[in-house]
Design a protein around this ligand. Structure first.
Ligand SMILES: *Cc1c(COP(=O)(O)O)cnc(C)c1O
Length: 385
């Protein structure tokens, strides 16, 4: 039978273990596999960089969830991004969203640029700007939506149409929403990327990354690169992410409900000069977000009004933790300018709106009223004299 989203989270991919009936996928902690004679493997397993049954179960699961057909698991989101960028060659160019994860900018600017694979920064929420930026050297459009950290929403379906029209790959980093809320391949994108470290794992205990595609030829190139480059996810970590994904639906429902409540409270509180959250009707991305996703996610960015000192605010929080990362059950707050986005030069940061005063909140699944109480006391304690 065809399973719906909530059942797929638990029974998608490879469900349990055929041999023993174990309800969980075993952790195949092995680097290699016995061959019964030259070229005689048992089911194609040769070496765990190339393939491992625990990782394979997770790869099938993420492919099922993204409605993709082909999934690949990596040791980190950046290992996944590195592998996708390795599809390109010297002289190729990518159009990238003007606010993206700092590490994605760093690998483009300080690693791939050295191989003459370059990028153009574009506000991809502006479809005309995307189309205008296309030229022969551009081979792909790389978007994040909602983007990190300003939650700018890009219309995946419309960008995919531009990609098709000019024969460019459309790559979407779907980390902030997960396939539970948004499935870019069904909207026409070619490649989906994830940092599984965030909501997929969900418990701030495992670093991982994913790539999912629909096209067999593209999948074959990526499997080749995955094996050639070698940034694969370990069996134990694969198990942890499978375990995390089982509760993705219930976690995301609570994450989104809490974030909606906090974003509304913040915007009505008088404490802030700006709130970025695509679930607010006043947000410029609201309509597109509603059209293409099943929820607005649980990342909120905001700027305190100038009566408050953001540095003091960070110190006064008691329940919400100051830390890099996002997507875990616990609420985390960060300062993009010096933490997640420090790799982006100050002038670029400022020009796209990542100001020094910007605060990014990853809303966890604690009681929303407790979170609001903590934010409120920390803001009030940060009032300037
Ligand atoms: C964290 C993150 C990454 C990088 O993933 P790692 O698992 O930390 O390597 C990429 N994109 C987004 C949107 C992220 O939040």
């Amino acid at each position: 039978m065809t399973l719906k989203k909530d059942s797929l989270l638990i029974h998608g991919g490879i469900d349990g273990d055929e041999t023993t009936g174990a309800v969980n996928v075993p952790i195949y902690q092995t680097s290699t596999y016995k061959q019964d004679g030259l070229g005689k493997t048992r089911g194609g397993w040769e070496y765990s960089r190339t393939g491992n049954p625990t990782r394979a179960a997770l790869e099938k699961l993420i492919a099922d969830l993204e409605e993709g057909g082909y999934g690949l698991a990596f040791a980190s989101g950046l290992a996944a991004i590195n592998t996708v960028l390795s599809l390109f060659k010297s002289g190729d160019k990518l159009i990238v969203s003007d606010n993206i994860y700092g590490g994605t900018f760093r690998i483009l600017d300080n690693v791939f640029k050295n191989f003459n694979i370059t990028y153009k920064i574009v506000d991809t929420s502006d479809l005309k700007a995307v189309e205008d930026a296309i030229d022969d050297s551009v081979k792909a459009i790389y978007i994040e939506t909602p983007a990190n950290p300003l939650l700018t929403v890009t219309d995946i379906e419309e960008v995919s149409k531009i990609g098709k029209k000019y024969d460019k790959l459309v790559i979407v980093d779907n980390t902030f929403l997960t396939p539970y809320l948004q499935r870019p391949l069904t909207l026409g994108a070619d490649i989906v990327i994830h940092s599984g470290t965030k909501y997929l794992g969900g418990h701030s205990d495992t670093i991982s990354g994913f790539v999912v595609v629909k096209d067999k030829a593209l999948a074959d190139r990526l499997y080749y690169l995955q094996n050639a480059i070698g940034g694969v996810l370990a069996p134990w970590d694969s198990f942890l992410i499978i375990r995390g994904i089982k509760t993705l639906g219930v976690r995301m429902d609570r994450h989104v409900a809490n974030a909606g409540k906090i974003a509304r409270w913040l915007s009505e509180s008088g404490y802030v000069s700006k709130v970025y959250y695509p679930g607010l009707e006043t947000d410029p991305g609201y309509e597109v977000q509603k059209k293409q996703a099943d929820g607005a996610g649980a990342m909120i960015s905001f700027v305190l009004n100038d009566k408050y000192d953001y540095k003091v605010f960070f110190e006064k929080l008691e329940l919400v933790t100051l830390a890099e990362s996002l997507g875990g059950v616990e609420s985390l707050v960060c300062h993009p300018a010096t933490m997640t986005h420090a790799a982006i030069p100050a002038d670029i940061r400022k020009s796209v709106g990542i100001v020094d005063e910007l605060i990014r909140l990853s809303v966890g699944i604690e009681d929303a009223d407790d979170l609001i109480e903590d934010l409120k006391q920390a803001i009030e304690a940060s009032a300037k004299a």
